[in-house]
Write a protein that binds this ligand. Sequence first.
Ligand code: MSP
Length: 643
Amino acid sequence: MKKPFYITTPIYYPSGNPHIGHCYTTVACDVCARAKRMQGYDVMFLTGTDEHGQKIEKKAQEAGQTPKEYLDVIVGKFKTLWELMDISYDRFIRTTDDYHVESVQKIFEKLYKDGYIYKGAYTGKYCTPCESFWTDSQLVDGKCPDCGREVVDAKEEAYFFKLSQFGPQLKELLLDEERNFLEPKSRVNEMIHNFIDPGLQDLCVSRTSFRWGVPVTFDEDHVVYVWIDALSNYISALGFMNEKYDEYAKYWPADVHVMAKEIVRFHSLIWPAMLMALGEPLPKKVVGHGWITFGNSGAKMSKSSGNVVDPFVLCERYGVDAIRYDMLREMPFGSDMPYTNESMFTRINSDLANDLGNLVSRTVAMVIKYFGGTLPVDKDFNDSDEDLLSMVDALPDYVKDAYDTLHISDALETIFKTIARANKYIDENEPWVLAKDEAKKPRLAAVLYNLLDTIRRCSILLSPVMPHVCPEIFEQIGEEKTEFVWEDSEVRHGLKADVTVKKGRVLFPRIDVEKELEELAALSAPARKLPEEPLKDLTDFDNFAALDLRAVKVKSCERVPKSDKLLKFIVDDGFGDRQVLSGIAKYYNPEDLIGKTLAMIVNLKPRKMMGYESNGMIMSVRDGDKFRVVEFGDDIEAGADIS
Ligand code: MSP
């Protein structure tokens, strides 16, 4: 019976394309999963997508699609990227999968039945157009942080989870030195000081303001709060409270949940509290790594800030293994990693092209040059080899621990120190001098054999990080095994004595930094496209002056029955109310436009459309194949003229 090992990534929001931030966590988990498989574990590596919530509902609406249509495309991109990046996940969960929905509903029911969830009222500040509740601290200058409009006091019926009662148990869990539940340690202090010590509040776990979620079975006006839905994925994916899988007993509790720091709070407070309330065992470990930040600005690389580096482009140009290596090597455990293309090129050139690539190609070339490709069995090992060999002996245990605990950068740093040591060993032993003396051939054979065997052992340890290149290295150094087994890295002189090497391709071509920087910059600069409407002929100023252009305030807005294009507005033009129609129904929710200050031509002659009179024209700007209204801040008065 193999020992089980269960590792998870967060389930990502498919509200935009995947970027290298998502890649880091997924690749780090992949390394850990691969290493555990090599060590003989029965691994379950779970990833997936978190598909419910208002944001997704809105995005789909903006794209003129149903949520599921919208999601399928982006989820497809996540899966394609994971395939390209060689992610060896065992299961991919989507929170829209039926079996997951079933589990979430049953979990919610059980918590309600057992008294951990109760019905209450949510009071807070409400932004009507955004349909969102905000706490006082979330407001920006007392206004909605999303749209900047006024909020009102509101009260809504909602279900609450009794998080407040779990404070002492959670504190004990986090402070348990032996358990080491949350790493790095700095996050433990953060959780205790920022959340537990000030007093945990009960958590509002249902919403009635949108529909795109898991319905509460016994009160269908409510959908389950996305985080309750999302966190449940870690057990629903194993068949907890559903019929789809039957692996809960085998894999739960998870060995490690991996994520970045911003969602550690959900995983180290809400998630254990939910499990305690369900009476289920807690995961063994939660690891919260730092962010990939953009350049040196410290800003998190994220979809919403637009500073996203496209992993598809990077993998295609520089190779999947080089990108995997770079990310993992550059992210120090627990801290952020500022990403720049330049530092990536430098890292690839120095570690991969110079140190590892050269070590392999020099060694193989020397075996071919001095021995025609096959080493003789007769070798003269001596004590001066010990320094290198004992360094390699120490690697497997160290690297195993480091991979297990997601200290992957430390593992790589140590492996590459050994690779540098091996390069130095070549210079110390001067094979080109030994080769001149026939009597020294056995010594020359020993030196080259030590090098090949060091490369073999390092390749085994590097194979979870570089799953494409390491098999190629095996081929070049004449290792006939095709499977990477951890124990083989522990064996000194495990390579066949009369090994035959094979010259292969350059494993990591050197990157021309200047040229690549220029090419990447050109790729990311959007191609200039000519606007769709050509420029019109010149006109007199009088024609312009004849138009009465003003700011107007939208008082009401609704769809025109039987028209999928038209919205009907009542706007205040500063003198009074007027009705106007606009063909933008495809791009907006009518409610979202109420309260906005828009630009309008007010003196166009009235015109009838679909039986309604339109008095003027609301101005919009083309945005690809959509139109967006031209709008002003709230502080602009109705009737202000535009010139
Ligand atoms: N859906 C939630 C997670 C639910 S888990 C039960 C979510 N999704 S997310 O798409 O925003 O993904 C957040 C996670 O993606 C981070 O915690 C991290 O693992 C990864 N990263 C996203 N951007 C990142 C960086 N810029 N840097 C490093 N990791 C980042 O939160």
